[in-house]
Design a protein around this ligand. Structure first.
Ligand code: GRF
Length: 217
């Protein structure tokens, strides 16, 4: 699939990231911290947020990276909103789009435009609890013993793209959604950074549904 375009090649150095956020922005923070600490060879070229009250906006500002607000209300349709966002990301030379807590389904046009260059972090072990904005609560309610998080490439069908990395998190006796979420978020931050690193280093090759990680490259 298109993600193979990324394998074996670095486009610019550092790789330019576009980060889409809707909420707290702890994953964005992990990216900003890792870049600032020299632990992630990447540059946050643009942060796009779709909610004016999202904590993520302040995190981007504090991190000194460009951030833009594109609310759904400012556009006549989801398609128009995402066309505008895609246009801005392209103008900023974004090579990898990172959905880091983005709460809207990406349009086919958006996915097509950045084909194979969009990743998402989801708080479950996909395909379990796919398509849910409350995957942690649902896993707890369902009574699973192990849940976790997944970084996957984004395709048109929500939460079903090829899986890049996963981390398992055990559900503990008496867990609350908050306690479980905190442990999942720790793992999210770790695997999201690792996924960006692997892509930036050209070590990722998508073969159908399978993502091959070439450690020898
Ligand atoms: C994360 O749990 C992520 O998996 C999901 O949205 C949440 C975003 O958290 N897609 P944050 O905004 O990065 O703190």
């Amino acid at each position: 699939m298109q993600a193979a375009e990324l394998s074996g090649q670095r486009r610019s150095d550092p790789m330019r990231l576009g980060v889409l956020v809707s909420g707290r922005g702890t994953n964005l923070q992990a990216i900003l911290d890792a870049v600032a600490a020299g632990e992630l060879r990447a540059e946050v070229a643009l942060v796009v947020c779709n909610h004016a009250d999202a904590e993520a906006i302040a995190r981007a500002e504090a991190g000194g990276v460009p951030v833009e607000l594109h609310t759904a209300a400012a556009y006549p349709s989801r398609r128009a909103q995402q066309e505008a966002i895609a246009g801005r990301l392209a103008e900023e030379g974004v090579e990898l789009v990172v959905c880091a807590g983005w709460d809207r389904v990406l349009t086919g046009q958006f996915v097509e435009r950045f084909g194979g260059r969009i990743i998402n972090i989801h708080p479950s072990l996909l395909p379990a609890f796919a398509g849910s904005l409350h995957a942690i609560e649902e896993a707890l309610k369902y009574g699973v013993k192990i849940t976790g998080c997944t970084v996957h490439f984004v395709t048109e069908k929500v939460d079903t793209g090829p899986i890049l990395l996963q981390a398992a998190v055990p559900v503990l006796e008496g867990d609350t959604a908050d306690a479980l979420a905190e442990r999942i978020h720790k793992q999210e931050h770790r695997i999201l950074l690792e996924a960006i690193r692997l892509i930036g280093d050209g070590k990722v090759e998508v073969q159908g549904r399978t993502v091959k990680i070439n450690c020898s490259m």
